[in-house]
Write a protein that binds this ligand. Structure first.
Ligand SMILES: [Fe+2]
Length: 387
């Protein structure tokens, strides 16, 4: 087993219908800086914006990032298989099928991305700030291993904000050793929803201050139609550690399994899966994640893992140079797109202090800069929001 090679979560990539609107939401409301503006490495007609966290550091950049790809055509579905292989991506962008561009979560898709604040006061501050900006917030809920609130990005993707405490170790001596049933008051039907809905921070929060600024990822949650099959894939083949087997809190009969990338169980390196037996497959599109990426230390480790994945029978893409990282893609047993990536190297074409200020293009596309910028400029303007 190869547990220490994959050292954490690198990024999650979502799809937005209007990337300017997404940027306004993340930058101005959530307080996250843009760390790269570019176009997709398979097709320059797909604009990309990446957000980091305040802790995001220079070379070599560490820390998780959230990327959005714009899929703007209002009459067309995203290509079925996603943006995985170069030729299929270009063909899918050039010849999309007529239909609804919105994604729909289900087996084989992401369910939500959880961001991290240290404590419950921070959750209440976010609830107040988001509510004051017209963003609907659910929670705070006691999730037994953390407390959490839930909201949606402008396209409907579910974002959670979760606390450090009490952590994963408080209800079993050996993590993942057995099924831990949840107390009734945490489960749907047992919660006092009116009391939860009424609780918020007493004062408005005009600025995101250090005490409640988002620190990074807490966990990433996806949906599995067969929890045991998913567990065997991620533990025996990918090399993660199963740290918690418990109930899914929001629908009776579901399970919730947690996986860690390393020995450090602090927020940021945890993946989780809702086990919803027989659940329908989802569909990629706006308001949903396209894929998430786990991280290895460097290109050599990536090449080793690429070979190892093939050896254990995981179908992998070729190693791709996305300009800002090397990566390969693979799918979990439900078809969810996952990636293994090197750390991001966003300062290869911008100074660390000025990340995200210009549209960065790979050298071979510089000759088409004017056309690409014009294409992006024709996108719809951001919607007006509160000051
Ligand atoms: Fe969660």
């Amino acid at each position: 087993m190869n547990q220490m090679v994959i050292r954490g979560v690198n990024s999650q990539t979502f799809v937005a219908a209007n990337i300017k609107r997404t940027e306004d939401f993340y930058s101005r409301i959530l307080g996250l800086p843009v760390v790269k503006r570019t176009v997709h490495h398979h097709d320059a007609r797909l604009p990309i914006v990446t957000f980091g966290f305040q802790s995001f550091r220079g070379e070599p950049q560490r820390g998780e990032t959230i990327t959005y790809i714009e899929w703007n055509p209002i009459f067309y579905m995203m290509p079925d298989g996603g943006f995985v292989e170069p030729d299929a991506t270009r063909d899918g962008v050039a010849n999309p099928r007529v239909g609804d561009p919105k994604g729909r979560w289900g087996a084989g898709t992401n369910h939500h991305l959880a961001l991290h604040v240290p404590n419950r006061d921070g959750l209440l501050m976010w609830k107040r700030r988001l509510s004051d900006h017209g963003v609907h917030v659910t929670g705070p809920y006691n999730r037994h291993y953390f407390h959490a609130i839930y909201l949606r990005d402008p396209d409907g993707a579910i974002i959670e904000i979760a606390t450090t405490e009490p952590g994963f170790g408080h209800d079993e001596a050996v993590l993942g050793s057995g099924f831990r049933p949840q107390p009734k008051e945490n489960l749907i039907g047992g919660r006092d929803e009116l009391q939860v809905a009424a609780e918020t921070w007493p004062q408005p929060l005009l600025h995101v201050t250090a005490d409640f600024a988002l620190r990074g990822f807490h966990h990433i949650t996806s949906i599995s139609s067969n929890a045991e099959k998913t567990a065997s894939f991620f533990v025996e083949k990918v090399g993660l550690r199963l740290i918690k087997k418990t109930d899914y809190l929001d629908e009776k009969g579901g399970t919730h399994f947690y996986y860690a990338c390393d020995e450090d169980l602090s927020p940021g390196s945890v993946l989780t899966f809702f086990g919803l037996p027989g659940y329908k497959s989802g569909r990629l599109g706006t308001g949903l994640s396209h894929h998430f990426a786990l991280e290895v230390e460097n290109d050599a480790a990536l090449a080793d893992e690429h070979a190892r994945f093939k050896k254990v029978g995981i179908e992998v893409s070729a190693i791709q140079d996305t300009v800002y990282a090397s990566q390969f893609l693979f799918r979990d047993p439900d078809g969810h797109i996952c990636a293994l990536s090197t750390p991001n190297r966003f300062s290869i074409d911008e100074d660390t202090g000025c990340l995200g200020q210009k549209l960065c293009l790979p050298e071979d596309l510089e000759g088409e800069r004017r056309e690409i910028e014009r294409h992006i400029a024709y996108r719809p303007a951001p919607v007006p929001v509160l000051p």
